[in-house]
Write a protein that binds this ligand. Structure first.
Ligand SMILES: C[S@@+](CC[C@H](N)C(=O)[O-])C[C@H]1O[C@@H](n2cnc3c(N)ncnc32)[C@H](O)[C@@H]1O
Length: 241
C-alpha cells in the first residue's frame, strides 16, 4: 500500500485522497489482470518504485507541482506504470517517441537497470526556440541511467522506420509524441509490424482522437485502457490493416 507521507493532506482533502487511492487500486488491478499476475506481485513492483530514492530524486529535481505523494493529480501513476510494465516484461528493446523532460525515459531506464538487461531507444524532435521545455531533451535522466539509452533527435516520421529496421524486433513501443490522429496511426502501424508476438504497445493521451480505438478494433490484440494510457498486447495472428 502507498504510504501517504502527509496524512494531514489526506485529512484536508478527503475527496482527492479517495480519488488517489481509487486510481492506485484500478491501475494495480488492471496491470495485474492484464499481465496475468496477482495484485500482490504487482503491488510489490509499485512499492519498489514509490519507495525508491530514484522517485524522490526525480520529484525533487523536476520540482513537479504534481509531486509523487501529492494528492492533487492522478497523473503520477503513468510513469510508475511504465516502470512496473518494464519490470514485468523484462524487455530487450524498448522504443519510445516523445521524451521532453524525460519522465517516461527515466522510469523505463530505471526499470531496465533493475532488470539488469535491455536498451531504450527514444526519439524526439530537436529543441525548438521558445518551447516550454527550455532544458536539454531528457535532462531528467541521470547520468547513471544513460548507458542503456539511445536518444535519437529527429521526427518519428523520419527516424522510426530506420530504427525499427535496425532493431528488427522490439518488445515494447511507447507512443507519447504528437497526439494527432495521423501521427498516432502512423506510429502505431509502423511499430506494430516490429513488435514481437506477446509484446506490448503503449500509448498516452489515447482520448485525443479516434486512432487508438480504431487501431484496437482493427488489429489482433488484447487491450486495456487506464485513464488516458492505452495498453495493447500483440497476439500471434499478425496485422490486419
Ligand atoms: C508529451 S511530450 C513527451 C512527454 C514524455 N514522454 C514524458 O514522460 O515526460 C511530447 C514530446 O513529443 C515530441 N514530439 C512531437 N512531435 C514529434 C515527432 N513527430 N517525432 C518525435 N517527437 C515528437 C515533442 O518535442 C515533445 O517533447
Amino acid at each position: 500500500m502507498i504510504k501517504f507521507k502527509n496524512i494531514a493532506i489526506a485529512l484536508k482533502s478527503p475527496i482527492k485522497a479517495a480519488q488517489y487511492s481509487a486510481a492506485y487500486w484500478s491501475y494495480k488491478r488492471a496491470v495485474a489482470s492484464f499481465a496475468g499476475l496477482s495484485n500482490k506481485e504487482v503491488e510489490k513492483l509499485y512499492c519498489e518504485i514509490f519507495e525508491s530514492d530514484f522517485i524522490k530524486d526525480i520529484a525533487e529535481r523536476s520540482d513537479s507541482p504534481v509531486g509523487f505523494s501529492n494528492l492533487t493529480m492522478l497523473a503520477p501513476f503513468r510513469a510508475p506504470t511504465l516502470y512496473v510494465i518494464t519490470r514485468i516484461l523484462k524487455p530487450e528493446h524498448v522504443v519510445e517517441t516523445g521524451v521532453a523532460n524525460g519522465f517516461s525515459s527515466a522510469f523505463i531506464l530505471h526499470a531496465l537497470e533493475a532488470n539488469k538487461k535491455g536498451r531504450l531507444y527514444s526519439i524526439d524532435l530537436p529543441n525548438q526556440p521558445g518551447q516550454v521545455i527550455e532544458k536539454q531533451t531528457g535532462w531528467l535522466v541521470s547520468d547513471d541511467l544513460r548507458s542503456r539509452w539511445d536518444l535519437i533527435i529527429g521526427s518519428s516520421r523520419d527516424m522510426l522506420e530506420p530504427l525499427m529496421k535496425k532493431l528488427q524486433a522490439i518488445d515494447i513501443f511507447y507512443h507519447d509524441s504528437e497526439h494527432s490522429y495521423e501521427n498516432m496511426m502512423f506510429e502505431f502501424k509502423l511499430a506494430w509490424k516490429y513488435i514481437k508476438p506477446d509484446g506490448y504497445m503503449l500509448a498516452d493521451d489515447i482520448t485525443d482522437n479516434s486512432s487508438y480505438n480504431e487501431f484496437v478494433r482493427d488489429n489482433d490484440c488484447r487491450h486495456k485502457e487506464l485513464f488516458k494510457l492505452g495498453i495493447m498486447q500483440k497476439l500471434n495472428r499478425g496485422v490486419s490493416i
